[in-house]
Design a protein around this ligand. Structure first.
Ligand code: FES
Length: 127
């Protein structure tokens, strides 16, 4: 695949859940040192499920689209279900990514795992 799918363009032009969350239960930041892109993700958790999720990203078209799709797929999932979301799930949900942009899908999944793990650490430290 050489060009962006309609779904990638849709999520780039109208990113879902792209905002800060001042009352988040946890946040997690990741960056790709190779390209300088950076992503911070926020979650609110209720009954062990992701009740709300958002992010801010500084990055390429694919980074925006994959971050957006990551939040769409993770919303409403249990923490375990969200932790098992893979880069392949994101790429598949976006109807593919150009070969050169496959690495961008790592950013959203890494941020999702980081924010969930940060949340779990916070919970544990309070027990
Ligand atoms: Fe860096 Fe896309 S080029 S995430």
């Amino acid at each position: 695949m050489d060009s962006y799918s309609d779904k990638v363009i849709e999520h780039f032009m109208c990113p879902q859940n792209a905002h800060t969350m001042p009352d988040a239960d946890a946040e997690g930041m990741v960056g790709d040192p190779a390209c300088g892109d950076c992503l911070v993700m926020y979650i609110k958790v209720q009954d062990n499920k992701i009740a709300d999720i958002s992010y801010l990203v500084y990055g390429c078209c694919a980074a925006v689209a994959t971050s957006s799709m990551t939040t769409v797929l993770a919303r409403g999932k249990t923490l375990d279900e969200a932790l098992s979301i893979t880069e392949e799930d994101i790429v598949e949900a976006l109807d593919g990514l150009p070969e050169a942009k496959l690495h961008c899908s790592v950013l959203g999944v890494s941020a999702l795992r980081k924010v969930i793990n940060n949340y779990l650490e916070l919970i544990q430290s309070k027990q």
